[in-house]
Design a protein around this ligand. Structure first.
Ligand code: SF4
Length: 751
């Protein structure tokens, strides 16, 4: 660079910095015709406020770049302990969803036969309040139900309080980032209604039993950050992946154990058997697992314990024959797992659940190596750091506390079926849907869809066109986290507790409202105490800030150094507040983007039993599992999956369906994010088209070529798809992406 150029460069920088501190940059006049007609004074006003990513329930803190009132960029917040400054593809695509051309501009109502028409918020609120009042005046309990997709945050906090005060327990939550069977498996084996947290920061070896570990599971940014940090450690984190498809996780693993499709659980139980036989399970661990030993029932009848049953049914040779994995590999994986310093097995999936007993087999692996409990790699969840509004507002009021049941199978169909089993007539008087993702791919011909269509009033909070809009009588578009105060209790992949908190970063660009505010306004219309204490979502936000400060632990987000410092102090039994007054605490939380306790309290004592196996455990869990039917027999604990079908040259025979969730497709609603469709490749560019991956050999047998259009036929229906031929999927299997697109979906979903 020449001297003159250097001086010019320096001068420009100095001006930029000076004006930047004043709150804006001089970036020169705009000539872009897209801005024609707007205010034009030659200056662009730039702000970079903190906000929360709404791409999934993980709760990453983000920093927006807003130029002249438009969001033009987004990046991770380096002080956030969840993302560590990272941003996944889905998080980056949030800007596309924010400016989605199919975003709903304001409330709409569906009049029978006349389509949608714009209504005012007042009219919409009166309609809902009227329906609820009518139900209340009939004397019976108000039959209102809510199905949410977001995690533990503002919406759920207010919805819980609302349901508690109207006396309705029907508040449901779709777990978009976790295996739908995880909750039932936790109730069955661990005796807890909350699935555990996996502490990747502690693990030295991860055994992935067909889990989408690096494809958007649990807390995508946090998992990526911890995996990267683990790889850079002096003793690098080792990853062994068991599965039949070359997924992104398999690709990045140190070892990919390719088994026959559907035999992953068999392999996990085979490994458990080797751990027991070779004495790789610790005595302490064995003492804390119920059901391993032979037992006698009340009538004096002898039953083989789990260990004996396992030895009889899962000899290494049998497992090798069924899974196609050589004996020597099974032994080697079991020994590596059993001897690792801090092993961790994970088996949850996002699509095509591992099932309750598949997850129980993975839990058994963790239990045998004594890795369930405080300071282990599988950590029972700490109670929420957030306050329940009903407790804060009216501590002594007799309230029905809604359980917030996670939906097994992640669909409303399961809820309806579960309620029918209990003898309740499922349709409610009023049903609130967070958006189309909670419908989990329901189609108008489905029984559950027909049942829903009988509900007198369905209210959707969808932001864009989706399946819920097709069903709803009223659509009240919600604001994004950028456009409102917001807090989310993060879903971490380590034993920490974190709550992302942010003020409104930008004024709403549509006539939308926070979902929480809709509930609070309804509470006011129904004269519920909730509205008196919390007239606005800002008050709810303030209550949570007060709560976090009152916990007297943790710290506002402040970066890795401060977090480590607080961790060291807390482990030594100390805590020093970073901000002593409420005002200072509020400022520190806003400057950091949230609050974190690096040493989350454990939800389990050191000596508690860690796993219960077999019939007795099943009986206990069946009593508490309202919605997941659990079989009574011990055999269910040792599932043997059906092997892939044999397909002959004329196409006869059946393929095994292997659903998977491509990275970035987590949480449905992908069609309004065209950049995410690019990840899926040319087959779906422009508009979403589902594809099917199959082995090249199978393709040849059926005379198929890359890009051919086929129809997938199963007992549940048919679906069109584009063929992709690959060596990376086992023969006899068709791998189908799940979560890319739902009904409705706007312009990018239309093929
Ligand atoms: S992990 Fe979830 S919350 Fe975090 S950036 Fe990605 S989509 Fe957003």
């Amino acid at each position: 660079m020449k001297r003159r150029g250097f001086l010019k460069f320096l001068g420009g920088t100095a001006i930029g910095v000076t004006l930047g501190e004043a709150g804006f940059f001089a970036l020169g006049p705009r000539s872009d015709p897209a801005f024609a007609g707007q205010r034009h004074d030659g200056l662009l006003h730039e702000r970079t406020p903190l906000s929360i990513c709404g791409g999934c329930p993980a709760g990453c803190s983000v920093r927006l770049r807003i130029v002249d009132g438009r969001v033009v960029g987004i990046r991770g917040n380096p002080a956030c302990p969840i993302s560590a400054g990272g941003l996944c593809a889905r998080g980056a695509s949030e800007v596309e969803a924010f400016y989605d051309p199919d975003r709903l501009l304001g409330p709409v109502a569906r009049d029978d036969g006349t389509g949608l028409r714009r209504v005012s918020w007042d009219e919409a609120q009166k309609t809902i309040a009227g329906a609820l009042e009518k139900a209340r005046s009939a004397g019976a309990p108000v039959r209102v139900a809510t199905i949410l997709a977001s995690g533990r945050g503002l919406t759920r906090c207010v919805a819980e309080a609302f349901h508690a005060e109207v006396g309705s327990p029907h508040l449901y939550q779709v777990d978009l980032l976790r295996d739908p069977a995880a909750r039932a498996a936790a109730a069955l084996g661990l005796g807890s209604e909350e699935p555990p947290t996996y502490d990747l920061s502690r693990a030295s070896l991860v055994l992935s039993v067909d889990s989408p570990l690096l494809e958007g599971w649990l807390s995508p940014c946090h998992v990526s950050a911890l995996f990267g940090a683990g790889r850079r450690r002096k003793e690098p984190l080792e990853l062994i992946h068991i599965g039949s498809r070359m997924s992104a996780t398999a690709m990045r693993a140190d070892r990919w154990i390719r088994c026959r499709p559907g035999t992953e659980t068999t392999l996990a139980l085979g490994i458990a058997r080797v751990l027991l036989r070779e004495g790789l399970a610790s005595d302490r661990a064995l003492a804390r697992i119920e059901g391993l030993e032979d037992w006698t029932d009340a009538e004096g009848k002898e039953h083989p314990g789990f260990a004996r049953s396992l030895a009889m049914a899962y000899s290494t040779q049998t497992v090798a024959r069924e899974t196609g994995v050589p004996v020597v590999t099974i032994l080697d994986v079991a020994r590596r797992f059993g001897r690792a310093r801090a092993p961790l097995a994970v088996g949850e999936r996002l699509a095509g659940s591992a099932g309750v007993f598949g997850l129980a087999a993975v839990s058994l692996l963790n239990a045998l190596v004594d890795q369930i409990g405080p300071s282990r790699t599988v950590v029972p969840r700490a109670p929420s750091a957030l306050v329940r509004l009903t407790e804060a507002a009216v501590p002594s009021a007799p309230l029905v506390r809604p359980p917030t049941v996670a939906l097994p199978g992640a669909t409303i169909a399961s809820v309806l079926a579960g309620l029918q089993r209990e003898g309740e007539e499922p349709p409610f008087d009023v049903l609130f849907l967070e958006d189309g993702s909670v419908l989990g791919g329901l189609e108008p011909g489905d029984e559950a869809w027909k049942m829903l269509a009988r509900i007198p009033l369905i209210v959707s909070f969808a932001r864009s066109l989706d399946a819920s809009v097709e069903l709803a009588h009223l659509v009240l578009p919600s604001t994004t986290p950028y456009e409102q105060v917001s807090f989310v209790e993060a879903e971490p992949a380590a034993a920490i507790q974190a709550v992302a908190m942010a003020r409104k970063a930008i004024d709403p660009i549509v006539d939308g409202r926070p979902i929480g505010q809709v509930y609070l306004d309804l509470a006011k219309a129904l004269s519920l105490p909730l509205a008196k204490h919390y007239p606005t979502v800002e008050k709810v936000y303030d209550a949570q800030l007060e709560r976090l400060q009152g916990l007297r632990r943790g710290t506002p987000y402040a970066g890795a150094f401060r977090h480590h410092w607080v961790e060291e102090q807390e482990r030594a039994g100390w805590w020093s507040p970073q901000a002593a007054t409420p005002e200072a605490f509020r400022r520190a939380v806003h400057e950091g983007g949230g609050w974190v306790d690096p040493v989350a309290p454990s939800g389990m004592s050191e000596s508690a039993p860690v796993l219960a196996l077999g019939r007795r455990a099943g009986a206990k869990a069946r009593a508490s599992s309202r919605l997941y039917p659990l079989p009574a027999n011990d055999d269910a604990w040792m599932p043997r999956d059906e092997l892939a079908g044999q397909v002959t040259g004329d196409g006869a025979g059946a393929f095994r369906l292997l659903p998977f969730t491509p990275s970035g497709f987590v949480g449905y609603g992908t069609p309004n994010r065209p950049s995410l469709l690019e990840y899926a490749g040319p087959a779906v560019l422009g508009a979403y088209r589902p594809w099917v991956e199959m082995n090249e050999h199978d393709g040849q047998m059926l005379g198929l070529e890359e890009g051919d259009e086929v129809r997938l036929i199963s007992e549940h229906g048919t679906a069109p798809a584009v063929v992709r031929l690959t060596k990376l999927v086992a023969e006899g299997t068709v791998a189908v992406p799940w979560g890319g697109c739902t009904r409705g979906g706007g312009r990018y979903a239309k093929g």
